[in-house]
Design a protein around this ligand. Structure first.
Ligand code: B3K
Ligand code: ZN
Length: 851
C-alpha cells in the first residue's frame, strides 16, 4: 500500500547529503512499458556532512538488482526510496530498475507523448527514473547511453557517439538530477548555428513532430536573439557545442531548462502566422529567452534546496522581462506584467495560499511554482536594482557569477554579493523574501508655504504564513507635476524603511500633483484618496507612462465599482479621458490598446472586497457590458479612423510595429461590435489571413452573441491542428455569456476532441471556465461543480495539473454566503475523494483552512 500521508518539509531542517556524487553513468534500454535503466554512480563521503545514512530517492521503480563495488547488495526498499549499508570510503553503486513510461500519465519522470519518449524531472521527477539522491545540492557530471529504435536519441550535453539505435551523450557541467533530460522519437529537426562572443560555434536544433516543421522559424530566431542578448547585457556565453530544443504535446508546464536539452510544451515554441496569435509569438519569445537564460541562472548556479526556488526563477523572470523590454516596448511590457501580476499574484498573496517568496515549509514542492515565487521574486529583484542602482546591480551580478559558478546556492548567497558590492546591510530588505502578503501603502499629503510633503504608512496584514509582520524596505518612485501639467520634479526613488515615514519637497511655486509608485516601483497596494479630477489630470499629463496608464485604470475601476454597486451610469471623466487617449496619435497603439482594456472582472471583485463590499459577479459583468457600450457610443466618431489606421498591409510579421496596430485594432473592433452587432467583425473574420485577426474578430462575434457559423467553420478549418483546436475550445467558453459558460464548457467536455489527459486541452477548457468570472461563479453553482468533477477525475491521472488548477477556488471567501457554501461543498467533495494525491490534498487543506 502506497504511503500518501502528506509530509511537511522545513527549510530550517536542511542538512547536506552525506555523499558527493563524482560521476553518473546511465544506460537506457527503451521499451514503452518496460524501460530498463542501468545506473553506475561513483559516490564518496561528503566531508561537509556528518550524517552518513545512504538513502536514495526512488518512486514507482521496479528494482531488478543492485551492487556496490561489484558485489550484489539487497537494499531496504520503501515506496519513497532505498537505504543500504555502504563502505566508509568511495564506492561504485550500480543498479538496474524497470520503469513504465507508457503508463506514466503524471508526465513527471520518463513518459511518452504521441509515441515519443521525454522527461520532466524538475522538481522531483528523477526519482521516478532511477534511485538517486534527487536533491538540487547534489551535482554531478552525467554520461548517458540510450538504446532504442528511434532515429532521434537525445540527452544533455554534447554527443559522443550517435549511431543506429544507439547514442551516448556527455555533459561536462556538473548538474543536479532535476536538469537531466532524455528524448527519443521520430522527430524532424530544424538546425541553425550561433557563433558566441569568444568565437565558439554552437549548433542549434529544434526538434518537432512531422507536420510541425513549418512552425520553427520564430522560435529559432528568438533563441539566437536570447543568446546574443545574454552575452551583451549579462556577459554570459553559452557553454556547450549544441543547444537542443524539443517540442512536446503533453507537458505540465510551459517549458523546462534541462542542460543543453530544453523541452518545451509545443504551445510555447511552435508558431506560424496562420496558427499563432501575436500574443502567442510574444510569449514564445519570452519563454525561449527564459529557458535559455536559466543556463546561467539556474543551471551553472543552481539552488541548494527547493526553498530557494526564487533564486533561479525570480532572477530568470526578471531577466526575461528585461529582454522583452529591450526588444519591444518597455512601457507596454511593464504595464502588461503588472496587469498579470495583479491578476495572479495579488489574489495568491492576499488569500489562503499566501506564502513568502522563499517559503519556509511545503508538502509538495510542485505546488510552489507560483506567481509569488516567480513574479514576486522578479519584482524583488527589480526593487533591489532600483535601490542599489544599475551599475552596482551589474557589478553584483558579475560577482555572483564569478563567486558561485558551479554551486548550489541560497538567497543569503545572492544578497551577500549585493552587500559586498555596495556595503549596504540588506537584513531588512530580506523581509521581502520571508514575509508573505501584499503590503498596503497609504499616502496623504500636505502643502505648506512652498513645501510639499508626502506621508506614507505601510501595513502588512498578519497571515498564517507571517504572524507578526515587520516593516519592509519600499522603494517608492515619485514625480511631481505642476498645475499646468509640467513635471516639476523628475522621478526620484524614495526609500521607505519605517512603518510611517514622510518625505518633504521644498522650493515649489505651487501645490503639485503627485505621481506615486511610478513604474510600479514596489509590489504593494497604493492607497490614496485621490479624486476623479486628480486621476483625470494624471491621465492627461503624467510623464511616467506606467502611471499615466494607472490613472486611466483607476478611473475605469472607480466607475465600474460604482456602476456595479449602485447602478450609477458610466463616468464622464473616464469616457472623456479614453476618448482623448484614442485620439492621441502620438501614443503607441499598443499603449492605447492597454489603456482601453477594462480591468478584469476578478480585479474588480478584488477591489470591491478590499473596499469592504461583497462582489456580485453578475453585477460586475453587467457593469463591464454597460461601460463598453457607453465607451463605444462616446467614441463612435473616431472608431472608423482608428480601424482604418490599424489595418496592416503586407505580409504578416509578429514585430512590435504590426503587433501594436493589431492590438489597438482589436480594441476598436470590440467597441464597433457594440454598435453594429458584429457586421464588421464578421467581415474581418472572413478576410483574416492570420490567427490574430481570426481570433480577435471571432471573439467580438461571440461577445455579441453571434458567431455560431464561424465557430463551426473554424473547427472545420483547423481540426487537424491541436494547438489551434485548444484555442477553439477556450474561446467558446471565455467568450460565452455568463449564464451559458458552464453549460458550453460541459458540452465541450463531451466533444470527441476533448482529450482531457492532455494538460493543454484540459486547461483550454476548464481553465477557460475558471477565467470567465461571472460564468464560473454562476449562482446555481454549475461552474464550481463542473470544475470539481473534472479535478476529481484528473487527480489520479495527473496530480500536478490538478493541484495547480485548484487555485481557481482560492478567492472563495470573498463571495456571498450562498456562493461560499456552494464552493465549500465542492471543496469538501474534492478533499474527501478516496486516494486523493498529496498534491491536491495539500492545496485543499490550504484553501479550505483559511478563515
Ligand atoms: N523550471 C521549470 C519549471 C518546472 C515546473 C515543475 N513543476 C520551467 C521554468 O521555470 O523555466
Ligand atoms: Zn524558470
Amino acid at each position: 500500500m502506497k504511503d500518501t500521508a502528506p509530509q511537511t518539509i522545513y527549510l530550517k531542517d536542511y542538512t547536506p547529503f552525506g555523499f558527493v556524487v563524482e560521476s553518473v553513468h546511465l544506460t537506457f534500454d527503451l521499451a514503452p512499458n518496460a524501460t530498463r535503466v542501468h545506473s553506475r554512480i561513483a559516490f564518496a563521503p561528503n566531508p561537509e556532512a556528518s550524517d552518513r545514512r545512504f538513502f536514495l530517492h526512488g518512486e514507482d521503480l521496479k528494482l531488478i538488482g543492485a551492487s556496490i563495488d561489484g558485489t550484489p547488495v539487497t537494499p531496504d526498499v520503501t515506496d519513497k526510496g532505498l537505504t543500504c549499508t555502504v563502505p566508509d570510503g568511495p564506492f561504485l553503486w550500480e543498479c538496474e530498475v524497470e520503469i513504465d513510461p507508457q503508463g506514466n500519465t503524471a508526465l513527471e519522470g520518463l513518459y511518452m507523448s504521441n509515441g515519443m519518449y521525454c522527461t520532466q524531472c524538475e522538481a522531483e521527477g528523477f526519482r521516478k527514473i532511477t534511485y538517486y539522491p534527487d536533491r538540487p545540492d547534489v551535482m554531478s557530471v552525467f554520461t548517458v547511453e540510450i538504446r532504442g529504435p528511434q532515429p532521434v536519441l537525445l540527452s544533455n550535453g554534447n554527443p559522443r557517439e550517435l549511431g543506429d539505435g544507439h547514442a551516448v551523450w556527455h555533459d561536462p557541467w556538473p548538474k543536479p538530477a532535476y536538469l537531466f533530460a532524455l528524448v527519443a522519437g521520430e522527430l524532424l529537426v530544424q538546425s541553425d548555428r550561433f557563433t558566441t562572443c569568444s568565437g565558439k560555434e554552437v549548433e542549434l536544433n529544434l526538434y518537432v513532430r512531422p507536420g510541425d516543421e513549418g512552425k520553427c522559424d520564430f522560435g529559432m530566431e528568438a533563441l539566437k536573439k536570447s543568446m546574443k542578448w545574454d552575452e551583451e547585457v549579462y556577459g554570459r556565453e553559452y557553454d556547450l557545442d549544441v543547444f537542443n530544443i524539443v517540442a512536446v504535446d503533453d507537458f505540465n508546464a510551459g517549458a523546462m531548462e534541462n542542460k543543453g536539452l530544453n523541452i518545451f510544451n509545443s504551445a510555447a515554441v511552435l508558431a506560424s502566422p496562420e496558427t499563432a496569435t501575436d500574443a502567442n509569438f510574444e510569449r514564445i519569445e519570452a519563454i525561449i529567452a527564459h529557458e535559455y537564460f536559466h543556463n546561467w541562472t539556474g543551471n551553472r548556479i543552481t539552488c541548494r534546496d527547493w526553498f530557494q526556488l526564487c533564486l533561479k526563477e525570480g532572477l530568470t523572470v526578471y531577466r526575461d522581462s528585461q529582454f522583452t523590454s529591450d526588444l519591444r516596448s518597455a512601457p507596454v511590457k511593464r504595464i502588461s506584467d503588472v496587469i498579470d501580476f495583479r491578476a495572479r499574484q495579488f489574489p495568491e498573496d492576499q488569500g489562503p495560499l499566501a506564502h513568502p517568496v522563499r517559503p519556509e515549509s511545503f508538502q509538495e514542492i510542485n505546488n510552489f511554482y507560483t506567481a509569488t515565487v516567480y513574479e514576486k521574486g522578479a519584482e524583488v529583484i527589480g526593487m533591489l536594482k532600483r535601490l542599489v542602482g544599475d551599475r552596482a546591480y551589474a557589478e553584483a551580478l558579475d560577482l555572483y557569477f564569478a563567486r558561485h559558478d558551479g554551486q548550489a546556492c541560497t538567497i543569503e548567497d545572492w544578497l551577500r554579493v549585493f552587500e559586498d558590492v555596495t556595503g549596504r546591510d540588506l537584513a531588512q530588505f530580506k523581509r521581502w523574501y520571508s514575509q508573505a502578503g501584499t503590503p498596503r501603502l497609504a499616502v496623504r499629503d500636505d502643502w505648506n508655504d512652498g513645501t510639499y510633503t508626502l506621508h506614507f504608512t505601510q501595513t502588512l496584514a498578519p497571515s498564517a504564513a507571517t504572524a507578526d509582520p515587520q516593516p519592509q524596505v519600499i522603494p517608492i518612485s515619485v514625480g511631481l507635476l505642476g498645475p499646468d501639467g509640467d513635471e516639476v520634479l523628475a522621478t526620484r526613488t524614495l526609500e521607505m524603511t519605517e512603518a510611517t515615514q514622510s518625505f518633504a519637497f521644498e522650493g515649489l511655486d505651487a501645490r503639485p500633483t503627485p505621481s506615486i509608485l511610478r513604474a510600479f516601483s514596489a509590489p504593494v497596494v497604493l492607497e490614496r484618496d485621490s479624486d476623479t479630477a486628480e486621476r483625470a489630470f494624471l491621465l492627461a499629463h503624467d510623464t511616467d507612462p506606467f502611471n499615466r496608464w494607472e490613472a486611466g485604470r483607476a478611473l475605469a475601476r472607480d466607475t465600474m465599482m460604482s456602476m456595479a454597486t449602485t447602478g450609477a451610469p458610466a463616468g464622464s471623466a473616464y469616457l472623456d479621458g479614453m476618448l482623448a487617449v484614442l485620439r492621441d496619435d502620438d501614443l503607441d497603439p499598443a499603449y492605447r490598446a492597454l489603456m482601453l482594456a477594462q480591468p478584469s472582472q476578478s480585479e474588480l471583485a478584488t477591489a470591491l472586497a478590499e473596499a469592504g463590499s461583497t462582489p456580485d459577479p453578475d453585477a460586475i459583468w453587467q457593469a463591464g457590458e454597460t461601460l463598453a457600450l457607453a465607451l463605444a457610443q462616446h467614441a463612435q466618431d473616431v472608431l472608423p479612423r482608428i480601424l482604418a489606421e490599424c489595418r496592416v498591409d503586407g505580409p504578416y510579421r509578429p514585430d512590435p510595429d504590426q503587433t501594436s496596430k493589431r492590438a489597438l485594432g482589436a480594441r476598436a473592433l470590440a467597441l464597433v461590435t457594440r454598435l453594429d452587432g458584429g457586421a464588421q467583425a464578421a467581415a474581418q473574420y472572413a478576410a483574416a489571413d492570420n490567427m490574430t485577426l481570426q481570433l480577435s474578430s471571432l471573439g467580438c462575434l461571440l461577445t455579441a452573441g453571434k458567431g455560431d457559423e464561424q465557430v463551426a467553420a473554424f473547427y472545420e478549418q483547423w481540426q487537424d491542428d491541436r494547438l489551434v483546436i485548444d484555442k477553439w475550445f477556450g474561446m467558446q467558453i471565455a467568450g460565452a455569456a455568463p449564464a451559458r459558460a458552464a453549460a458550453i464548457a460541459a458540452d465541450l467536455t463531451g466533444h470527441p476532441d476533448f482529450n482531457w489527459k492532455n494538460p493543454n486541452r484540459f486547461r483550454a477548457t476548464l481553465g477557460a471556465l475558471a477565467m470567465n468570472h461571472a460564468g464560473f461563479h454562476a449562482a446555481d453553482g454549475s461552474g464550481y461543480r463542473l470544475l470539481a468533477d473534472w479535478l476529481i477525475r484528473l487527480d489520479p491521472v495527473n496530480p500536478m495539473t490538478t493541484a495547480r488548477m485548484c487555485s481557481a477556488f482560492q478567492t472563495w471567501r470573498r463571495y456571498d454566503s450562498a456562493r461560499q457554501s456552494l464552493i465549500g461543498a465542492e471543496l469538501d467533495r474534492i478533499a474527501a475523494t478516496p486516494g486523493l494525491s498529496p498534491d491536491t490534498t495539500e492545496m485543499m487543506s490550504r484553501i479550505r483552512g483559511a478563515k
